[in-house]
Design a protein around this ligand. Structure first.
Ligand code: FES
Ligand SMILES: [Fe+2]
Length: 445
């Protein structure tokens, strides 16, 4: 009997994923055609190219791209391929200069994309059209609050419509700054031998926090208890209390109060007690500007935000912006950056950087646990034919699922299923090419 990719039956509170989706190269090919070629993808942040002449290069949706700021100050995105015979015009991951000069035959382009010079230009005939040989941009590029997205689908819906309810959560992240938020220098770059969808699940999964990250939680709670004792205070029992939300178009978030300190106006031990007062003052300022309820959310709550299909913004004890790229069904590349308010006071900035490294970094106390968990899943999927189903039904009977439920993952998988099944309405709108139809898999349960 042919099996679907998803079993989604609210009448029995059943939600199951066919593990073939995690291992089959045909599925990855369909994901590339139906998802990564058709919707908006996160590329980078405008602050990564803060000055005219700055550029970064990276692969997104399988294409090599350059994000740069030209000499007029305009942020631009180019396909990183020479219009001569194809070499990448930018071989560095990051740099600064007036031109991108191709390594192969030395054609040179300015950052506005114009082909400016080439060796022995006189050998070309009078029909040689330099203007037509400018660098080419992806079909669609747009930004939201500094976050730069691209789409390879000329008919994709507008970015603001695509972002849907996720916009409000990006706003909450950005409102931490009075001016602007910027990506700090440096990239955490690593690979995970697991399917990319496992990282989507893991990045918004509250259920695993206490088990997978037991070491970090022990460390944190011990440090908090010691800090409370030193101040003669009693530590309230730490908890992760909050809810999961469907933000539309496959985006989802968990929003919760957590025991840790947040550099944006949430004091908690073991933060220096001297920071208590400035953080309270900062909180009061934000309440004045945004109202008490919004200020509470900006300062107090943590959120793990997933923007379909390749962006995570984890605004927790630091703000991690994480993007990922499938390579094979069992391998993904991950990049992560720290986002911080420009002009943040030094003491808080230090806390942020410490949290970014000790909890979130690939050498920290959390990310290696997650990498191991995901690689364990991928190893477990070797028996997908014999045991084809993963269960993602937690909290299906709840009216308001909590952060340790799995609503947020179901939101992702439902959208994935729509797009992978070749539903044109789910493809990000527009009249792009007909989506690939991928048939469900044969075999027993
Ligand atoms: S391929 Fe770039 S100059 Fe020839
Ligand atoms: Fe984790």
């Amino acid at each position: 009997m042919e099996q679907p990719f998803i079993v989604d039956d609210p009448s029995t509170d059943t939600f199951r994923i066919n593990r073939r989706a995690m291992v089959d190269p045909e599925v990855l090919a369909a994901e590339r055609a139906n998802i990564f070629d058709r919707t908006w993808l996160y590329l980078g942040h405008e602050s990564e190219v803060a000055q005219p002449g700055d550029y970064v290069s990276r692969t997104v949706g399988g294409r090599a791209l350059v994000l740069c700021r030209d000499h007029d100050g305009t942020v631009r995105v180019w396909l990183n391929t020479c219009t001569h015979r194809g070499a990448t015009v930018c071989r560095e991951t990051k740099g600064h200069g007036r031109f991108l000069t191709c390594f192969y035959h030395a054609w040179s382009f300015d950052l506005a994309g114009n082909l400016t010079t080439l060796p022995d230009a006189e050998a070309y005939g009078p029909g040689f059209d330099k203007a037509a040989l400018a660098l080419k941009a992806p079909p669609r590029v747009d930004t939201y609050r500094g976050f730069v997205f691209v789409s390879y689908n000329p008919a994709v819906i507008p970015l603001v419509d695509h972002l849907a309810g996720a916009r409000d959560y990006l706003d909450l992240v950005c409102e931490q700054s009075d001016t602007t938020m910027a990506i700090l220098p440096g990239t955490q770059e690593y690979s995970i031998e697991a399917n990319w969808k496992l990282l989507v699940e893991n990045s918004i999964d509250g259920y695993h926090a206490m088990s997978t990250h037991a070491t970090y939680m022990d460390y944190l709670i011990t440090a908090m208890r010691k800090a409370a004792e030193a101040l003669g205070e009693k530590l309230a029992p730490p908890s992760l209390d909050g809810h999961a939300h469907d933000l539309g178009n496959g985006h989802a978030v968990i929003e919760y109060t957590a025991p840790w300190a947040r550099p944006t106006a949430r004091w908690a031990g073991p933060l220096d007690p001297a920071l208590r007062e400035p953080l309270a003052a900062r909180r009061a300022e934000l309440a004045e500007r945004y109202g008490e309820e919004r200020a509470r959310r900006i300062c107090e709550t943590s959120r793990n935000l997933f923007i379909f299909p390749n962006l995570i913004v984890n605004d927790i004890m630091a703000v991690t912006v994480r993007a990922f790229e499938p390579v094979t069904p069992g391998l993904m590349h991950v990049r992560a950056w720290e986002l911080a308010p420009v002009g943040e006071p030094a003491a808080l900035h230090e806390v942020r950087l410490d949290n970014f490294l000790t909890f979130l970094g690939p050498g920290g106390l959390a990310t290696p646990d997650d990498v191991e968990a995901l690689e364990c899943c991928q190893r477990g999927f070797t028996s997908w034919r014999e045991l084809p189903w993963s269960d993602i039904s937690r909290g299906m009977a709840q009216e308001r699922p909590g952060i340790t439920d799995e609503l947020q993952m179901r939101v992702f998988w439902r959208r994935w299923n729509q797009m992978i099944g070749g539903d044109p309405a789910a493809a990000g709108g527009g009249e792009g090419e007909t989506p690939v139809r991928l048939h469900a898999v044969g075999g027993g349960r």
